[in-house]
Design a protein around this ligand. Structure first.
Ligand code: NAD
Ligand code: DAO
Ligand code: ZN
Length: 369
């Protein structure tokens, strides 16, 4: 069938709105009508050509929400009409990783997803007879897409698509890092580095679980008001701290953070995030994705004396299990998504959405179909 899609033909070039062809779902796959999709830094990173794993031509987008319109043979967990959020981290519940219960990094379709293909090694998208790659297994910059059944989370039908699409990446990444990876407990003191689309979700999850001091660190003072609305208790602009930042944060958190979160992707900040943690038990969670080839460093004695360095992908969330719960938290008013969606525009304005993100003004822009 013909579908409308924003196609990334080449790295570094604007997306091109085209009518492309989409084949129906094969066994174990579903076709989803995408109703809304967020635009995230990872899409921009791949489009820029800096992503060593980026493939072109491709249909980008990994933060969507929509409705199942068709299912292939053997699909049991969803049916046409179900509302779903696509998952770039699937949950097969059957691979070694899923069965371990120690990680959310399901590997069932890892190799083909990384090659921009469906599990059978082919693409469902084409343009004038030539293959177009899938992206992150989701390709939500199209009004219809095909995904493996294990890569969709079924959600309640009263949740608005143009809000809950953000749960497909940013919200779950930030909230999940707090509740799944760090397991922040009531009364904990936390420091959050970077108050963008991820860090603000870390902040609001820390408030939700009852953290005590929630310190936000950002070089952009414009981030302060919204971060405060979401639960930040103290704002620190490193450019305005006259002493060294790490001892300043240790002092502010009564001996160090119980938990810190790096939500920028800057390896120097990752070190600060570890070293501002409390001696003996403080845990630092790396969420930000650093540039290819970059390395982190600290003195090993930081770890010998009890600080812990961890990472978190998609908030440690097992998508089919945990995403519906996060949708409920939004619908119950426990987390705020509305204030984080700063712009909504039709897919035709996709390139403007990228410009807004680069300006640093928008937290999240959502595209509708
Ligand atoms: P963003 O650009 O919206 O936010 C980054 C914030 O960091 C901005 O407010 C900026 O002012 C601030 N900042 C930049 N340099 C700083 C510094 N030196 N000190 C303090 N603050 C600084 O980005 P985002 O969408 O929130 O994403 C953050 C990171 O998370 C990115 O690296 C992204 O790739 C990554 N990410 C990770 C996952 C995951 O699963 N681990 C998922 C999605 C995104
Ligand atoms: O190796 O199993 C794997 C895949 C890991 C993917 C983790 C994604 C981490 C965050 C990337 C940014 C997503 C928007
Ligand atoms: Zn699995």
């Amino acid at each position: 069938m013909d579908v409308k899609a924003a196609v990334a033909f080449e790295a570094g070039k604007p997306l091109s709105l085209e009518t492309v062809q989409l084949e129906g779902p094969q066994a174990g796959e579903v076709m989803v009508e995408i109703k809304a999709t967020g635009v995230c830094h990872t899409d921009a990173y791949t489009l820029s050509g800096r992503d060593p794993e980026g493939l072109f031509p491709a249909i980008l987008g990994h933060e969507g929400a929509g409705v199942v319109v068709e299912v292939g043979a053997d699909v049991k967990s969803v049916k046409p009409g179900d509302h779903v959020i696509p998952l770039y981290t699937p949950e097969c519940r059957n691979c070694k990783f899923c069965l371990s219960q120690k990680t959310n990094l399901c590997q069932a379709i890892r190799s083909t997803q990384g090659k921009g293909l469906m599990p059978d090694g082919t693409s469902r998208f084409s343009f004038n007879g030539s293959m177009i790659h899938h992206y992150m297994g989701t390709s939500t910059f199209a009004n219809y897409t095909v995904l493996p059944e294990i890569a969709v989370a079924k959600i309640r039908e009263d949740a608005p698509f143009e809000k809950v699409c953000y749960i497909g990446c940013g919200v779950t990444t930030g909230v999940g890092a707090v509740v799944n990876t760090a397991k922040v407990e009531p009364g904990a003191n936390v420091v959050v580095f970077g108050l963008g689309g991820i860090g603000l979700n870390v902040i609001q999850a820390c408030r939700m679980v009852g953290a005590n001091k929630i310190v936000g660190v950002d070089i952009n003072p414009k981030k302060q008001p919204l971060a405060e609305k979401l639960g930040m208790t103290h704002f620190v602009n490193p450019k305005e701290v006259e002493s060294d930042l790490v001892p300043y944060l240790v002092e502010l958190t009564d001996g160090g953070a119980d938990y810190s979160f790096e939500c920028i992707g800057n390896v120097k900040v990752m070190r600060q995030a570890l070293e501002c943690c409390h001696k003996g038990w403080g845990e630092s969670i790396i969420i930000g994705v650093a540039g290819g080839g970059e390395e982190i460093s600290t003195r090993p004695f930081q770890l010998v004396t009890g600080r812990v360095w961890k990472g978190s992908a998609f908030g440690g969330a097992r998508g089919r299990t945990d995403v519906p719960q996060i949708v409920d938290w939004y619908m119950d008013g426990k987390i705020n998504i509305d204030d984080l969606i700063t712009n909504v525009m039709p897919i035709e304005q996709v390139n403007e959405a990228f410009d807004l993100m680069h300006d640093g003004e928008a937290i999240r822009t959502v595209l509708t179909f």
